[in-house]
Design a protein around this ligand. Structure first.
Ligand code: CA
Length: 248
């Protein structure tokens, strides 16, 4: 498994409210996640940080106890509940953090499977044979309009109300979208915040992924391209490549 990750405040914002992780969490299980926080007075940074930290802690502990023999969907559900509670509790404890929330997209990579838990408008892409497929749906006003055929994907990218979420941790009603996918040798899984997807289409993202000689360079190259296109938001990319098995 190879990883690549990068996050940048962008060219307009003063602080980076995105958080992410990419790490091993027990034997044969890798965890990747991105969170895009919202809320005034640095509350967005707190919310996204808490979400990632809470998921890493919960999943690591659960797997170390060996209590989840393959039930990774249930594990993700519990991890999201835990993260949501942590954010709500922190926002009750400080008046400046009223209404803080975050998107959260989590991937567990286990052998030939990818298990995803998702809330909000960050995204997961599976890139196979040079083509990107979006695995998650955008839990946002414009995301719903695209699904209902009222707007094109391209129109949604620049719509003035594109930031309105219909599902996020800590704030608006929280549900979790669970996805399970096959993960083949040669596949790349890419998680990112809307700082990337409001500026680049899935085809453009997969072209950059396929064009880099070294997988390490994939996330920095995508972030650099988002900055070149204006970088009006924080931008975060975490990617994993399942390498081709080498027969000795
Ligand atoms: Ca964002």
């Amino acid at each position: 498994m190879k990883f690549s990750h990068s996050s940048d405040v962008g060219l307009v914002r003063n602080s980076n409210e995105d958080s992410y992780c990419a790490q091993s969490v027990g034997s044969g299980v890798h965890l990747m996640a991105v969170a895009d926080g919202m809320g005034g007075y640095a509350a967005g940074e707190v919310a996204s940080f808490l979400a990632i930290q809470s998921v890493v802690d919960f999943v690591s502990e659960a797997l170390s106890q060996g209590g989840h023999p393959g039930d990774y969907r249930f594990l993700l559900e519990q991890a999201f509940q835990r993260a949501n509670e942590a954010i709500r509790q922190a926002s009750r404890q400080s008046s400046g953090r009223d209404g803080m929330g975050t998107t959260l997209t989590v991937a567990l990579l286990v052998a030939d499977r990818v298990y995803l838990g998702h809330a909000g408008d960050s995204r997961a892409y599976l890139i196979r044979d040079g083509a990107a497929r979006t695995l998650t749906s955008d839990h946002s006003l414009v995301g719903e309009m695209v699904r209902n055929g009222e707007m094109t994907e391209a129109e949604a990218m620049s719509h003035p109300q594109r930031n309105i979420l219909t599902n996020a941790l800590g704030t608006v009603q929280t549900w979790i979208e669970l996805i399970e996918e096959e993960w083949q040798a040669g596949d790349a899984l890419l998680l990112c915040t809307d700082g990337l997807t409001n500026l680049m289409s899935g085809d453009e993202i997969s072209a950059v992924v396929s064009g880099e000689k070294t997988f390490d360079d994939v996330a920095p190259a995508l972030v650099a391209e988002a900055l070149r296109r204006g970088g009006h938001d924080n931008v975060t990319v975490v990617a994993a490549l399942r390498q081709q098995e080498v027969v000795a």
